[in-house]
Design a protein around this ligand. Structure first.
Ligand SMILES: [Zn+2]
Length: 125
């Protein structure tokens, strides 16, 4: 549980510093950390792949008004996980993923400001 809370502190720092590239990587890693808690190598492998693909989709299609992976949702997820309250954690995760999906816009116009290298390179900490 300590790792999750330490991770949330890193996210908060990235938010405070306005480091969107780092925040994007960290919010994805949060989901991998949750998967690691189950000590299931197949789940972790699947989650790592999903997070990478999700970061790419979010980068290309995120609405400028969206706040992907809001901090308060992660705090609630950590609290439910810490309490081993799966009745609460499951719906919280579904709600969180609904928010992420709701922040996407699949507009047909091409965006010229995209640099996909931002998704796959290590951000400055
Ligand atoms: Zn998330």
């Amino acid at each position: 549980m300590h790792r999750l809370k330490a991770h949330l502190a890193l996210e908060e720092s990235a938010r405070r510093d306005g480091n969107g590239q780092l925040l994007s990587r960290l919010t994805g890693e949060f989901h991998v950390l949750l998967a690691e808690m189950h000590d299931n190598s197949l789940l972790m492998d699947i989650m790592r792949r999903l997070v990478t693909l999700s970061r790419l989709i979010i980068y290309v299609h995120e609405s400028p008004l969206a706040h992907v992976c809001p901090e308060y949702e992660y705090g609630d997820l950590v609290a439910a996980t810490e309490a081993r309250d799966s009745e609460r954690a499951g719906p919280l995760m579904i709600e969180h993923l609904d928010h992420v999906q709701g922040g996407l816009r699949f507009a047909p116009e091409a965006r010229e400001d995209l640099d996909l290298g931002n998704v796959f390179t290590s951000p400055k900490v």
